[in-house]
Design a protein around this ligand. Structure first.
Ligand code: FCB
Length: 452
């Protein structure tokens, strides 16, 4: 027996994203997003699900906040929908949308919950994709204008911000793998998109700081510790390259003004569209780093892998831990390893865990209770690993479980349920029921730790 405990003032929250929960896809003048277009295209999403209604959080924000209060939470990471705020992607700003988000923020503050908005959690205005999307360099300036509009509208009441959610994932899945919106599969588009997003991160950071210098601005990076999948020296080297690519591609430019050593022959700067002076523009001395982490990654070297750029070859997922319903390996040490490494390599930055969670599909039993014990086990393991990293010297200020509500899980539709709360998607009013894991998480938040 022992106790896992967290530093005084540690923040407990959940994370969500606009497209995954809001619904109301064409209300109050909202413009079309790339996810609206993508989900309305047959064959893209499992069961042809869409986010048209999702959890209906656009109308049910009070119910969402009631759940957070029931769980004693004091932080909420959510995202702003760019196509609501700028329906055609640039130019005119919708006062209705800004009023909506002001109401959300005020309701959170009234409930004693810190609002932590993310500017971009993947719902790009379709009008900007029609002009070329992220591979086009001028997107950086458009994004900075949007960031500026958000800070002007909400900066009087929001102190801490996240610029992007998982830049490594939305560029890769949207422009190379084609599994996410906008569904493109082109190596050059992808490489250029990665550089535009880095430029956008730097430009947005400066725009936000210009209107409110003391705002705390960071980004939520997807991270996964990369372990060699074999014993050869080449596997270890490949794992390091893959670490540079999946974990650092948007962090190293921001903090150090350089691309990491992810490719044997160096970053393909020309194909990425890098110009003289750009490595100054991508710099952004982020005030805090968000880490989204689910599992570890095993990497094997394979000659010529990595799209002919010799990055690495990602091997089979780790096979020692149990699997979630999504098939992701449960590997709590991944969180310890990643937080510890970032702490060491970047001189002990301020970190928040901006996402961590698991998909299990249990629904209500005859008495209406949802016994999702595997999810509780998952959180126990990862939180204990996080507490160890903090004891070891990491400066981690908060933790956000993914996610508050079962919601629209991108290409998987509604099949993967990551929520601490069950949502009945068959009912028009989208009723919500706290799962056993939600109750457990609520006691952890109240007691700032738990017994093991
Ligand atoms: C992350 C996304 C989030 C959610 C989880 C399961 O990559 O940021 O929106 O889909 O995965």
């Amino acid at each position: 027996m022992g106790r896992v405990s967290f530093p005084e003032g540690f923040r407990w929250g959940t994370a969500t994203a606009s497209y995954q929960i809001e619904g109301a896809w064409r209300e109050d003048g909202k413009g079309e997003s790339i996810w609206d277009r993508f989900t309305h295209t047959p064959g893209r999403i499992k069961s042809e699900d869409t986010g048209d209604v999702a959890c209906d959080s656009y109308h049910r924000g009070d119910a969402d906040i009631a759940l957070m209060r029931e769980m004693n939470l004091n932080s909420y990471r959510f995202s702003l929908a760019w196509p609501r705020i700028m329906p055609s992607g640039s130019g005119e700003v919708s006062s209705k949308a800004l009023d909506h988000y002001r109401r959300v923020v005020d309701a959170l503050l009234d409930a004693g919950i810190r609002p932590l908005p993310t500017l971009y959690h993947w719902d790009l205005p379709q009008a900007l994709e029609d002009r070329g999307g992220w591979p086009e360099r001028d997107m950086a300036g458009r994004f900075a204008d949007y960031a500026d509009a958000c800070m002007r509208a909400l900066g009087d009441r929001v102190d801490q911000w996240s610029i992007f959610n998982e830049p490594a994932i939305f560029t890769l899945m949207g422009y190379l793998a084609g599994i996410h919106a906008p569904g493109r599969q082109d190596l050059d588009d992808f490489l250029r998109a990665t550089h535009t997003v880095n430029l956008a991160q730097g430009e947005a950071f400066r725009a936000m700081k210009a209107s409110r210098g003391d705002a705390l601005v960071g980004t939520a990076f997807s991270m996964s510790p990369c372990e060699p999948g074999g014993d050869a020296e080449a596997d270890a080297e490949a794992a390091e390259r893959w670490h540079g690519f999946v974990n650092l591609w948007y962090l190293e430019p921001a903090l150090r003004g350089r691309y990491p050593d992810a490719f044997v022959d160096g970053p393909p700067l020309e194909r990425m569209g890098v110009r003289d002076g750009d490595m100054e523009l991508v710099r952004a001395p982020l005030d805090w780093l968000g880490i989204n982490l689910y599992t570890r990654t095993c990497v094997e070297h394979r000659e010529g892998a990595g799209w002919g750029l010799d990055a690495a070859h990602v091997g089979p997922p780790g096979e020692e831990g149990p699997r979630t319903h999504f098939g992701w390996e449960v590997w709590p040490d991944a969180l310890y390893d990643m937080v510890t490494r970032i702490t060491r390599d970047y001189d002990r930055p301020v970190i928040e865990i901006t996402e961590n969670g698991c998909s299990y599909s249990q629904g209500p039993d005859a008495s209406g209770r949802i016994h999702d014990t595997e999810r509780i086990d998952f959180f126990r393991g990862y939180l204990a690993a996080l507490a160890r990293a903090i004891e070891g010297g990491a400066d981690v200020r908060g933790y956000h479980a993914w996610t508050l509500l079962d919601n629209f899980e991108w290409a998987e539709g509604y099949e993967q349920r990551f929520g601490l709360t069950w949502v009945d998607f068959d009912q028009p009013e989208r009723p919500r029921t706290l799962k056993e894991s939600g109750r457990w998480y609520g006691t952890v938040a109240a007691e700032n730790g738990f017994e093991i």
